[in-house]
Design a protein around this ligand. Structure first.
Ligand SMILES: Nc1ncnc2c1ncn2[C@@H]1O[C@H](COP(=O)(O)OP(=O)(O)OP(=O)(O)O)[C@@H](O)[C@H]1O
Ligand SMILES: [Mg+2]
Length: 268
């Protein structure tokens, strides 16, 4: 299966195919799903065709954040109960999503058939989009690693709390040890001040470099912003609802940095 993932990734180096991004964290609840939806939306606003894939299977909340109810979830497809065409939902122009499902439709044990179906779907979808953003569940398992093997870029999201930074670093280490040649980026969410954000980014970047010689690229920090919560309550993307709020500006900046293939140097 690792071979299939590896082959898929090599094929993806064809620039006509979608670039794939996995949004991961060590600790749960740091803001991955909100980051994934808003990052995807801001990418789509620049004219790119974007697909969000909710990989938090059985506990997915991308569709909830988007205020949608879905008939088919990724688990149905993986179990062979529906086709790919029934799975992809259009949300906004240039922005589609696939629900992870929230019925605890317990896919507790991944098997090779499911992973193979997932990689086949991925292969087909690559032709239809410019970016595919995978919103991963917290932590990592063996099958997460196999999927990550097929993905181009990993964005590690953490908050500024020491516990989240530590768990974020552990995630970086886990991916570093198990997958080769990954572009890894970091985003710090819910920073209380610019300094607080910078400190957390610097700490995780320096630690990864010191212990792993892994060069994490800094994408930036997103401030603690009341409007994020308000948008979650209203089940809307915060960048849609609050175009001028601080978190939206930070997201636009992060998307710009990512698209230009840069790193936020002034943050270090
Ligand atoms: N920048 C922010 N400012 C204020 N609140 C935030 C911010 N980012 C996230 N939150 C809050 O944190 C909550 C959790 O965010 P989210 O669901 O995106 O985390 P997650 O990492 O996807 O969680 P899980 O690990 O369970 O999948 C949100 O519902 C929101 O209330
Ligand atoms: Mg989530």
């Amino acid at each position: 299966m690792r071979d299939q993932a590896e082959k898929l990734r090599l094929k993806m180096e064809n620039p006509k195919l979608a670039r794939s991004i996995a949004v991961v964290s060590g600790k749960g609840g740091v803001g991955k799903s909100n980051f994934s939806t808003n990052f995807s939306y801001n990418l789509s606003k620049r004219g790119a065709r974007v697909l969000i894939m909710d990989m938090d299977i059985g506990m997915g909340n991308v569709h909830i954040l988007l205020g949608e109810s879905t008939q088919h979830a990724l688990s149905d497809y993986l179990l062979g109960n529906c086709g790919l065409e029934q799975l992809v939902k259009s949300y906004l122009p240039n922005l589609d999503y696939i629900s992870g499902g929230s019925a605890m439709t317990s896919i507790l044990d991944w098997n090779d058939l499911m992973l193979s179906r997932l990689l086949n779907a991925f292969e087909t979808l690559q032709n239809a989009y410019d970016y595919i953003v995978f919103d991963m569940g917290a932590g990592a398992t063996e099958w997460t690693l196999q999927l990550i093997e097929a993905i181009d870029d990993i964005i590690v999201v953490t908050t500024t709390e020491p516990t989240a930074i530590m768990d974020g670093y552990s995630m970086v280490k886990y991916i570093h040890m198990n997958c080769k040649d990954k572009n890894m980026y970091i985003v710090v969410n819910r920073s209380l001040t610019l300094e607080d954000g910078k400190f957390a980014l610097k700490r995780i970047k320096n630690t990864a470099f010191h212990f792993l010689q892994e060069n994490l690229k800094i994408l930036g920090s997103i401030p603690e912003d009341m409007n994020v919560r308000k948008a979650v309550q209203q089940q809307k993307i915060f960048s849609v609802l609050y175009e001028k709020t601080a978190a939206t500006k930070a997201l636009q900046d992060i998307v710009e940095t990512y698209v230009l293939g840069q790193e936020k140097r002034q943050m270090i």
